[in-house]
Ligand binder design. Structure first.
Ligand SMILES: *Cc1c(COP(=O)(O)O)cnc(C)c1O
Length: 376
């Protein structure tokens, strides 16, 4: 490696090219079968992914947003219902609620883990609340036990948004199996990504799984028999399912590699933590799969510029808090200071299973060189 070489944020093309041969084989298999929708590849992937999530059922759908929306719809959520969502998340979490005609009720995160705060969640529960929707943000599971206890006490459902945390653990249990049901996404840049769009619902609730199975397919499970008003067609296709079957076996190793690199970042940057730098924190009872390595700094713009100058790509997840998006004028006046602060200060450093230790060290050195004058 030359010192001037670029460190991409996430080398998506390279990641997929390491699997060129098996991906080509998968393509040939589907091409030869002549079967492209709702076939054996999807069925096999659904059982393989359910096994990973330690759930009994998996239903492949078109993308992560649809997985969330169909789960809410299948749970009977609609106008007049409230769904508690994190104030700091990717907008899809809220959009799924709005798409059902229900109202997203944002709750601020725990300031250390960035995930839904159970204490504030309790304060936000009203007689209209039907669902708690924690997000396992950046790869770290939300604090599920207190959320599940709240749900039990108030008769609510818990639906996990697990799009960023495939394979992560909470108290030794898999994300996806921690609430009533979970939605995930196979968007190409997720920890397990398709070569296109994809998503899935996982659950131990057989009836709920059956309803999602119908809803994803015009409200029908048996051809030309339409039992429920579906109004939707959202299926994980055979080609993407076949590609995902190629990628699933390396998920654990990829996640382990992410964990090793994240640990390296944290060890090297820990002495520099302070007012100018907050490092990501993972609670002791959780195992993050490090979808992203997100630091916080009030000097984000300048630090980003310094990293760019050194040939290091970064990203911001996410620059505008959801309540300030133009599509949500009804939330514009809300006071959500933590979400605002996250949006101002978060910075995602490059992290991918393909990164080398030397790459991490170079990022670390650039961050240190930037912070040195600020720490005097
Ligand atoms: C990516 C993502 C989604 C949506 O997934 P798509 O497949 O892009 O629709 C939902 N929630 C979170 C937290 C995500 O990161």
């Amino acid at each position: 490696m030359t010192p001037s070489s670029l460190i991409p944020f996430f080398p998506l093309g390279d990641m997929n090219r390491t699997l060129r041969e098996p991906l080509h084989k998968a393509l040939d298999r589907v091409l030869d079968s002549g079967w492209f929708i709702l076939g054996p590849e999807l069925e096999a992937f659904e059982s393989e992914f359910a096994a990973l999530c330690e759930t009994q059922h998996c239903v492949g759908v078109g993308n992560g947003l649809e997985a969330l929306r169909l789960l809410l719809q299948a749970s009977g959520i609609g106008p007049g219902d409230e769904v508690i969502v994190p104030s700091h998340t990717f907008i899809a979490t809220w959009l799924a609620v709005s798409a059902c005609g229900a109202t997203p009720v944002p709750v601020e995160p725990c300031p250390d883990t960035f995930t839904l705060d159970p204490a504030r969640t309790e304060d936000a529960i009203t007689p209209r609340t039907r669902v708690l929707m924690p997000v396992h943000l950046y790869g770290q599971p939300a604090d599920m036990d207190p959320l599940n206890n709240l749900a039990r006490r108030h008769g609510l459902l818990v639906i996990e948004d697990a799009a960023q945390a495939q394979g992560a653990l909470y108290k030794g249990r898999r994300v996806g199996s921690l609430g009533h049901a979970a939605a995930t996404s196979f968007y190409p840049a997720k920890n397990i990504g398709a070569l296109g769009d994809g998503g899935a619902v996982v659950t131990n609730d057989a009836e709920l799984a059956a309803r999602v199975r119908k809803l994803r397919n015009y409200g029908s499970e048996v051809k030309y028999r339409h039992e429920i008003p579906g109004g939707c067609n959202s299926r994980l296709d055979e080609l993407q399912a076949a590609f995902l079957r190629v990628k699933l076996p390396s998920l654990e190793a990829d996640n382990a590699r992410r964990q090793a690199l994240a640990t390296r970042y944290t060890k090297a940057l820990a002495p520099w933590a302070g007012p100018a730098l907050t490092l990501p924190f993972v609670a002791e009872d959780r195992c993050s799969v490090w979808h992203l390595y997100v630091i916080r700094t009030p000097h984000r713009k300048a630090l980003r510029a310094a990293l760019t100058k050194a040939g290091i790509d970064t990203a911001v997840h996410y620059p505008t808090p959801v309540h300030k998006q133009l599509c949500y004028p009804e939330f514009a006046g809300l006071r959500l200071p933590l979400a605002d602060r996250m949006a101002d200060e978060v910075l995602s450093l490059p992290l991918s299973p393909m990164m080398t230790e030397d790459d991490v060290d170079r990022v670390v050195q650039t961050v240190q060189a930037f912070l040195r004058p600020l720490m005097r």
